[in-house]
Ligand binder design. Structure first.
Ligand code: HEM
Length: 293
């Protein structure tokens, strides 16, 4: 059995995080988003989608509007794939999300290798399985219940918006959720509760919430919330969790670590003996595993 050095891969990932020419100086947030979008296509009822297979390598998934901008993340990781050809894309994308989160001050997340890369696009999930930021709590429940998450887990997962920003040329929304978007914390929940949010139309016609008391003139730098983020404080079942996480960073970190690990494992059906996710959703060997662990 080949002894694969995941510490070396982790080190290589940590090296590509600081990048002063990119966004707020770190590639970390977009790597976390790649790990999430690779996993968040899961449909528990049919067992389709999820992080196994790295199906976003195929055009139909890469071109889903929800995945706009993730080509940056995939490009950042490509030299690491070249350096460690034994790691599958499916493992690399999820592992990079975990390592980036931890390097940005987040909690330690359990992660296991063993995902395979499908050799064709026959298991690519349909477009439209990822959430639409323009909608509200009913939509969040449809999308995340489909993956098998409950209300508490939905709120915890949304805390990832403590990282990164929206890009007008990717999603049409703009701006960061917090003032330091490359440091993981529970600031997102505090800001969500304490700011004076007003719905405002961007010049592209897309509506989002801005902090009315933020006098930053550049709208791309003013603190913002998506309608889905804002819905968390409008909903009687979501709001208590926002309040708990705003008040208790340790509780948020503990719950986020659990739910992020669960997210990265969606759609991964492991053979108990090998740990490899060698079967597809109908239980057939999809293609020979491209690695041994
Ligand atoms: C609740 C439903 C969600 C919606 C509607 C949503 C929507 C969005 C949108 C519109 C963006 C901006 C994309 C861009 O313009 O570049 C974004 C960014 C981001 N999202 Fe979410 N998201 C959701 C949940 C999540 C979850 C569950 C995670 C991770 C666990 C996550 C992590 C991120 C990160 C890290 C970014 C920043 C990316 C960057 O800076 O390039 N999001 N999200």
């Amino acid at each position: 059995m080949v002894d694969h050095d995941y510490n070396a891969v982790a080190e290589a990932i940590r090296k590509i995080l600081p990048n002063e020419d990119y966004d707020d100086g770190s590639t970390g947030p977009v790597l976390v988003r790649l790990a999430w979008h690779a996993s968040g296509t899961y449909d528990a009822a049919t067992g389709t989608g999820g992080s196994n297979g790295s199906t976003m390598r195929y055009k139909s998934e890469a071109m889903d509007g929800a995945n706009n901008g993730l080509e940056y993340a995939r490009k950042f990781l490509e030299p690491i794939k070249q350096q460690f050809p034994w790691i599958t894309y499916a493992d690399l994308w999820t592992f990079a999300g975990k390592i980036a989160l931890e390097a940005m001050g987040g909690p330690q997340v359990n992660w296991a290798p063993g995902r395979i890369d499908y050799v064709d696009d026959s298991n690519v999930p349909p477009n439209g399985r990822l959430p639409d930021g323009a909608l509200g709590q009913d939509h969040l429940r449809v999308i995340f219940y489909r993956m098998g998450f409950n209300d508490q887990e939905i709120v915890a997962l949304c805390g990832a918006h403590n990282l990164g920003r929206c890009h007008k040329d990717r999603s049409g929304f703009q701006g960061p959720w917090v003032t330091n978007p490359i440091k993981f914390s529970n600031t997102y929940f505090k800001t969500l509760l304490s700011s004076n949010w007003v719905l405002q139309k961007n010049d592209n016609g897309i509506e989002q919430y801005y902090d009315a008391d933020d006098d930053e003139e550049d709208l791309n730098e003013r603190l913002m919330m998506l309608p889905t983020d804002y819905s968390l404080i409008q909903d009687p079942s979501f709001k208590p969790w926002v309040e708990k996480y705003a008040a208790d960073k340790d509780l948020f970190f503990q719950d986020f670590a659990k739910v992020f690990a669960k997210l990265l494992e969606l759609g991964v059906r492991r053979d108990p003996a090998s740990g490899l996710a060698a079967v597809n959703y109908v239980g057939k060997i999809n293609n020979p595993p491209s690695q041994k662990i």
